[in-house]
Design a protein around this ligand. Structure first.
Ligand code: ATP
Ligand code: MG
Length: 195
């Protein structure tokens, strides 16, 4: 089995996350992409929305996607979420070939992750460029001897982030273009992000 792990705050999840998952399925010939919402991102200062909301929004977003699933393993573990801990757990529970999927903005912090070398014994990294980014400077965050563990996932650039969406929602702007309809409905029914 070839499995991609897509970690993130998903606060809220959006079409950029879906596009990354689809591109990885295709270009890495994965069997599955597993979305893993963090309990807390150790590198983010702001508290995320309630885990139950983020989990439910991801579940709604991937409903009807046969090769996508969501796991609450980091939310159940609680505290700061580290990729290496999750990959250890996943490799034990379900031995497979794993790729940790990310946007290049997230790879820039690679050196400050917990046990980055150990992580690269447990999975490969697959990185997609976000608009305006180039691969070379992004790869410099990864020690030279580990760069062969990084695969590029080509995807059409989608200029959207959860931060943009939270801003749009709190100022009453429409987000329908950027999130699946089920997610937009959940946000408005639950009055999330000041909507
Ligand atoms: P925030 O603005 O809150 O950081 P985000 O849109 O970056 O939100 P995250 O939950 O932080 O979303 O992202 C999870 C993963 O998805 C990260 O690796 C991030 O780089 C990647 N990602 C998010 N949006 C895109 C996008 N538009 N294109 C490519 N990758 C993306
Ligand atoms: Mg982000």
């Amino acid at each position: 089995m070839r499995i991609g792990i897509l970690g993130g705050s998903f606060d809220p999840p959006h079409n950029g996350h879906l596009a990354l998952a689809r591109a990885a399925l295709e270009h890495l010939a994965l069997d599955e992409v597993l979305f893993v919402p963090v309990a807390r991102n150790p590198l983010k200062r702001f508290r995320p929305s309630k885990a139950s909301h983020r989990l439910e929004m991801v579940r709604l977003m991937i409903e009807g996607e046969p090769q996508m699933a969501v796991s609450d393993l980091e939310i159940r573990r609680g505290g700061k979420s580290y990729a290496v801990d999750s990959l250890i757990e996943l490799n034990m529970a379900r031995p497979a070939d794993y790729w940790f999927l990310l946007g290049a903005d997230a790879l820039k912090d690679f050196a400050s992750w917990k046990q980055p070398e150990r992580l690269l014994h447990l999975c490969r990294i697959a990185v997609a460029l976000r608009p305006g980014q180039e691969l070379e400077p992004v790869l410099r965050a990864v020690p030279a001897e580990l760069r062969s563990m990084v695969d590029l996932v080509p995807m059409p650039p989608l200029d959207i982030s959860s931060t943009d969406l939270r801003d749009k929602l709190s100022s009453g702007k429409a987000i329908a273009r950027w999130v699946p309809a089920q997610v937009a409905a959940y946000i408005s029914e639950n009055h999330l992000y000041g909507s």
